[in-house]
Design a protein around this ligand. Structure first.
Ligand SMILES: [Zn+2]
Length: 252
């Protein structure tokens, strides 16, 4: 299927209010990548949950701040941002920032949360995005690992009864996720109009003060990017977020 056909197909199946799980490696990843979409879905009656895999302990060049303090600050920033977006709960797994790996232990934790909250949609960063030479952008390894581990957790492990059988004893039955949205600023087959929630996105980003020397400048950059993304959508919209969307088949 061509990208154009696939885009038309996805636009014929717009997002509906349902249960969303957004997964990021660090506090702020989800808000940068898809908080406009999250705010839109919660506004329309959907339930959204955040899952942050690492403790964010590498996210400062200021060595005077202790790891412990930095972790606390970043969690608080993430929680405040999630609150104004209407997110029901933020799960923090506290793996060490910069050391994320796709392991059975991490997959089990993600599968456990998927089976608990039963999302229809899972959003994470695209694991195939290593770099983008057109923007001179290199993706953080934790972002790739978070995407890869989430993808594997959605398919096959969360839906497979023989994977992590001990979870069945906790009452956590297999769950089939309906769609995956990969955050990828370089390629996309699906656009979400966030014109009505761009202000919420910018408000959420402003909570991540520890991450940006000039938060005003960063917000302007995000606004400009969202505007450019809106121009790529069909039909064009004022502001958009873009994704690679995979609709998953139900088991036969
Ligand atoms: Zn990050």
């Amino acid at each position: 299927m061509t990208l154009k056909k696939s885009l038309q197909k996805s636009e014929a199946n717009p997002l509906q209010p349902k249960v969303i799980l957004a997964v990021g490696a660090h506090p702020d990843d989800i808000d940068i990548g898809c908080s406009g979409t999250v705010a839109k879905l919660t506004k329309e009656g959907g339930a959204a949950y955040y899952l942050v895999l690492t403790d964010g302990s590498k996210g400062s060049e200021d060595l005077k701040i202790s790891n412990k303090k930095l972790i606390k600050i970043r969690k608080s920033e993430q929680q405040k941002a999630a609150n104004i977006l209407g997110v029901k709960k933020v799960f923090f797994l506290n793996f060490v920032d910069g050391e994320l790996e796709n392991t059975p232990a991490l997959r089990k934790q993600i599968v456990k949360i998927i089976r608990q909250i039963k999302p229809t949609t899972v959003i994470c960063w695209d694991p195939t995005l290593y770099y983008d030479e057109s923007r001179m952008f290199i993706n953080h390894p934790d972002h790739r690992k978070a995407g890869e581990t989430t993808l594997d957790s959605v398919y096959p492990f969360a839906r497979n009864a023989r994977s992590f059988p001990e979870l069945l004893d906790e009452g956590l039955k297999p769950h089939v996720v309906e769609e995956l949205l990969f955050i990828n600023f370089s390629k996309a087959n699906y656009f979400v109009d966030i014109t009505g929630t761009i202000d919420k996105k910018l408000e959420a980003l402003a909570y991540h003060q520890s991450q940006f020397a000039d938060i005003g400048k960063f917000k302007e950059r995000i606004k400009e990017m969202s505007k450019m993304t809106g121009q790529k959508a069909t039909p064009k919209v004022e502001f958009a977020e873009s994704f690679v969307r995979i609709i998953l088949r139900k088991p036969a």
